[in-house]
Design a protein around this ligand. Sequence first.
Ligand SMILES: *[C@@H]1O[C@H](CO)[C@@H](O)[C@H](O)[C@H]1NC(C)=O
Ligand SMILES: *[C@@H]1O[C@H](CO)[C@@H](O)[C@H](O)[C@H]1NC(C)=O
Ligand SMILES: *[C@@H]1O[C@H](CO)[C@@H](O)[C@H](O)[C@H]1NC(C)=O
Ligand SMILES: *[C@@H]1O[C@H](CO)[C@@H](O)[C@H](O)[C@H]1NC(C)=O
Ligand SMILES: *[C@@H]1O[C@H](CO)[C@@H](O)[C@H](O)[C@H]1NC(C)=O
Ligand SMILES: *[C@@H]1O[C@H](CO)[C@@H](O)[C@H](O)[C@H]1NC(C)=O
Length: 378
Amino acid sequence: MQLRLTPCLALLAAPSVHGFLLPNLTGPYSVGTVSLELIDYKRNDNFAPVPQPRDLMVSVFYPTSSSDNFTLAPDCSPKVASFLDTLYGLPEGLAESFSSQAYENAPVRRTERPMPVVLFSPGFGALRQGYTALVSDVASHGYLVIAVDHPFDSSIIEYPDGRTVLANLTMQPWDFPGGIDGALYMRVADLQFVLDSLSNETITQQIPGLKSARIQRDRVCSFGHSFGGAASIQVMKNDTRFRCGINMDGGLYGSVVTEGTDRPAMIMASSVHPAGSIESWPAFWEHANGYKRFMRINGTTHGSFLDFAAVLDAVGPLVPPEFRSSFGTIGGARMLDIESAYSTAFFGKFLKGGRCSGRLLDGDNVKYPEVTFDNSNP
Ligand SMILES: *[C@@H]1O[C@H](CO)[C@@H](O)[C@H](O)[C@H]1NC(C)=O
Ligand SMILES: *[C@@H]1O[C@H](CO)[C@@H](O)[C@H](O)[C@H]1NC(C)=O
Ligand SMILES: *[C@@H]1O[C@H](CO)[C@@H](O)[C@H](O)[C@H]1NC(C)=O
Ligand SMILES: *[C@@H]1O[C@H](CO)[C@@H](O)[C@H](O)[C@H]1NC(C)=O
Ligand SMILES: *[C@@H]1O[C@H](CO)[C@@H](O)[C@H](O)[C@H]1NC(C)=O
Ligand SMILES: *[C@@H]1O[C@H](CO)[C@@H](O)[C@H](O)[C@H]1NC(C)=O
């Protein structure tokens, strides 16, 4: 199975590019954002193609109390944007023209109860910026969300000083030292380090208005797309602080496949993966003894979970229809609505509690006819 997420496209023309906004947030809160560099000097695994330290970049999204006097953050920096234009054959300047719906450096909203935290891990080769619309939308429902880039796996990472680290684009996860499980455990350790960093004052001070005691650091959830979905499920085996996990259309790897987990797990599948098509899903399902949900979203492809679908809706005629349809027939904003509604129902049930939370996960819902549950036959 090809894991690297690098759809190749060549656009017909190179029309002039205007500013584009990612879709509006669906949650009740405005969102703030900061990017942080987190360096793990103590790593002693040898799973990365280039040994330690692990120099991570993350984007933090959170409900903000005030968006006054702050401006919307660009979706990605000029350097990363230009890399994406070239990689995907987009008209020059297209990626740079996208703005997020999150206010850069706006202060964290004060809450009565500690704010729940969720971590996000991208698909293999994909960038954290490829999911800005999704993760900021989840934040708008009252979560501190941290999207993590994994060096040498993410195609490009830019640091605050302008340095970049590029992945070897011909490398698949099974080419990593330690093979595909090693590539997975590298991500697991990255996620653990990111969570550890929320207890480091030097780090948390860089999130405006954050009182680290006001976030739930010892009970978090993770979600991710493709290989990032696999990491989100495996990390629950490695670290008891991770209480629930969502895998978006990713084959599973690591010890969790044969050992299962007793923690809540959800798989969101695309239409291109009918029951039985991913061997690791039934294998894992048989050993998953806790709360579990398996849902499929009609009209989707593996790529539908990236912001691409929403981005392509916005740029409309700038992309050929056949390229748009490679991201599924579902509309981009609709897909975001569904992913976010079901993710936050799941996170709400296990991180916020409350009588009504999680009802959406109980079965068919007239508001979301695209979603079908098949909890016994993944
Ligand atoms: C997004 O929000 C803006 C500002 O509130 C509004 O003008 C616009 O119509 C909304 N767009 C959609 C597609 O709902
Ligand atoms: C925004 O800036 C203006 C002008 O400097 C100031 O009067 C106002 O109080 C600021 N708003 C907030 C919420 O800080
Ligand atoms: C990139 O990865 C491929 C596959 O593992 C390997 O053959 C090649 O030598 C690598 N290239 C570089 C520049 O490291
Ligand atoms: C996670 O658990 C697996 C299976 O026990 C182990 O092989 C791996 O080294 C662990 N990874 C980390 C980062 O602790
Ligand atoms: C906290 O983060 C800073 C900045 O990365 C680092 O220098 C320091 O060693 C960290 N502290 C701990 C206890 O890990
Ligand atoms: C998926 O959507 C297509 C096109 O809208 C429809 O024909 C089909 O019945 C739907 N399938 C399911 C399982 O809902």
